[in-house]
Each structure stands twice: as C-alpha cells, then as structure tokens.
Design a protein around this ligand. Sequence first.
Ligand code: NAD
Length: 444
Amino acid sequence: MADRYLHLTGTAPGRFLTRRLGLPQPAPLRRWTLETPHLDGPLLHLTAGTPTVTGVAETLSRAGLPVVSRTDRPAAIVLDATGVATAAGLGDVHAALHPVVRSLAPGGRIVVLGTVPSPDDHHQAAAQQALEGFVRSLGKEIGRGSTVQLVRIPGGASAHAAGSTLRFLLSPRSAYVSGQVIELTSAAPGPAAPDPVADPAAPLTGRTALVTGAARGIGAAVASVLARDGARVIALDVPGAREELERTADRLGATALPLDITAPDAADRIAAAAPAGLGVLVHNAGITRDRRLANMPADRWASVIEVNLDSVLRTTDVLLKAGAITRGGRIVATASIAGVAGNTGQTNYAASKAGIIGLVRSLGPRAAADHGVTVNAVAPGFIETKMTAAVPLFIREAGRRMNSLSQGGLPVDVAEAVAWFAQPDSTAVNGQVLRVCGQSLLGA
Ligand code: NAD
C-alpha cells in the first residue's frame, strides 16, 4: 500500500497545503544503492572533553567519508563525548554541536560516542546517561530525514570495535534508524574476525545464512541483502508458501527450504540443510492473531507464542548445542516495538516479541562465551509490508506518521540492520535490540 501522503508532500502544492495545515513533513529518505553507497559529503569529527577511547580518528577514516575538523556542510557529524564525566562537562557537548547542527546536510547523520555509565561513579553515570536524553531529543527535533544515535564504547577500549557500527550508522543503510543507543561489549567472542576490508563489497562471502519467513516481506528483503553481501542464502518458509518462496529464492540465487518452523524436527532439518554449519541465522518468521485479551481464545494466544517465540527458543537451543552455528556466527531474532511499548489487541504478539528481547539479552553473553556466537534482535516499527497493509486505514496512517521521520520504513531498512549484526567485524555488538522504527513515539 503506497504512502500517498509522502508523495503529496513531495509536490510543491502538497507541501504548501500540508505546511499551512501544520501536518507532518516527511523527507524522502535516501537508501543504499550500488551507485551511491555513501553519504554525499564530509564527516565532521568533534570532541567534547578528553576522550577515553583510542582509535576514533582511524576508525572514522574507514567509514567511507572524508573526515574533516571543519566544514560548512557536513553530511555526518561524530561527537566523541566518551570523556564527558560531569554535569559541567555536558556544556562541552552543547558547545561542540550547537554551532554546527544547523549546517548538517539533509538526510545527515549525527553519532555521539559515549561510554558505559559507571556503577561506581554516579557523576560519570549521570553525565553519560544524560547523553541518551540528549540524543533522543535531538533525533526528534532535527528533521529533514536526518538521524541521531548514541554508541557506547566500553571505557579504555579501542574504537576499532565500533568499526562496523559506525560504517552502518554513517551510511544510507541506516536511513530509518534514529534515536537509538547501541552499547558495545568489550568481550570479543569467537576467533579473530576476518578483515572486512579484504572484500568490503561482499563481507559475508563464505558464510551460509538461513532466513526464516523469507518468501516475502521483511524476510525476503533480509535474504536479498545478505545475498548482496556475499552470503550463500537458505530461504525458509511454510510449505503453503512454496511457490512464492521458490520465486524469491530463484531471484536471489538462494536455496528454498519449505518448512514450518514449529515442526518438531525443524532444527534438525535446518542443520541438515547446512551441513558445513550456519554463519548467520535470522529468525524472522512471525504472525499476528490480534484480539483484546477478553476476546482471545487460547488457540490464538498459543499460535503466536509458538511461532514468534517458542520455535525461536527451541531451534536456537538445538542448533547451538549441536554446534550447527559456526564460531564467529551470528543469530539475529525479530522483536517489534510492540514488544517494547505494548499495543491494544496484541497481548499475545507483544508478549512474544518482548520475550525475544529477553532471549537476546540473556543468551547473548553466554552464546559468545560458550560458542563464539553473537545474539541480537531487530525491533521493527511500522514497516510497509503485507502485514501492515492489512491494518485499518486510520491506524495505518497513525503508525506511519507517529515517528521522527513521519513515514513508514521499508523491509530493506530492517534487512540492512540485520546485515550490520551479521558483519564479520560486528563481534562487539552482542545482546543488543536495535529499533528500526524512525524513532517511533511508541515506547522508549
Ligand atoms: P509477513 O507476514 O509479510 O511475512 C512473514 C513470513 O513468515 C511469511 O512469509 C510467512 O509465511 C512466514 N511464516 C509464518 N509462520 C511461519 C512458520 N511457522 N514457519 C515458517 N515461516 C512462517 O510479515 P513481515 O511484515 O515481513 O514481518 C516479518 C517479521 O517482522 C515478523 O516477525 C514480524 O512480527 C516482524 N515485524 C514486522 C513489522 C511490520 O511492520 N511489518 C513490525 C514489527 C515486527
């Protein structure tokens, strides 16, 4: 279902009318293409206080943009605020960004680098937590399709660990991600990560990726982006969707695996489909069976928990235990902003998606220690798919507009976030839940 309002505000009369009425002004977002893989302009590198991490300049120099310390029109601004440890030090954040924020190019990026709030120093913790409120507010006011994020790097660590994260956030791939806080870990699971610069165009070469629910929608986009990044893809969907699945798989040069993930032998059949092991496992399949709790029969409750959560727990356990996910591997599950904020008529769905958040936070550190595997989740907001096309008109319009970018996301936006988790050098990204929601007003 096309976003006609976005089209309308892209025309001069439409813009005039909607401005007069005080209606939202969504800016068209520029996504990644082969021809335009980078933002168009320089990256302004600023600092506030004395940084506590090393290697920031070197890491930024590999993000694909020319790094400068002064410019009239930055495409991106990175503020290193890792050294801000007092309330007074927050003045340096204002002093650094206040003079330049207006000069950011449309569709620009601001990334604030922070560090983990300390459990032992409440002044440092207050100052670093303050950055979160700052970033979330700036994300809401910046407009023109620009985004703002906070990346926390553990104190004393090298910014090198943030390489894949900065490449993602400072590129068109993160067009629909804003107001997010990403906390990197210092523990480095698995073997030394392969050098991503070896083949930046196809960083997942040599890895097998399995995507559930891949016949259509977000899953098909994930399969497509992972294939673009060089992975050998196995696309799984229910046998009832076989034709659509085979069409998608053929288009991507992927292997189709018609299988219901709730089948008792699903994990074994997945393992059999990837005898050399899986480098990336994406739990994307999901269903909704909406009703208010008072009207919800047990079967609607159970089917949603079964598909969205229980099958994810079960297959993950079996595959990890069997060693079917290779060291350095990546598990990415799919939550939802409904799992963060809750939603009327979705007690079952929101419970299942909040369960996914619990799963990744708990399993991430242990899977890294025991298997060298990271476990993360995407939490999509309003994404234009068949699932959301079925939503009644007014609720759909509200879902599209109630975010800082005033529009719905596309399946590819979620897929790019999955691909970031999957990067070989995303080793320090673990136990994270990334909302791909244009900074939806629902939830934190
Ligand atoms: P979709 O309905 O378009 O696609 C889901 C796919 O999963 C379908 O192809 C379906 O056949 C498959 N599937 C369902 N049950 C399965 C099973 N038992 N075994 C194997 N495959 C199964 O949905 P979508 O919008 O692309 O959503 C993908 C994921 O993203 C879901 O987990 C969904 O909850 C989540 N999500 C979507 C949105 C959104 O706005 N579209 C928002 C938040 C979260």
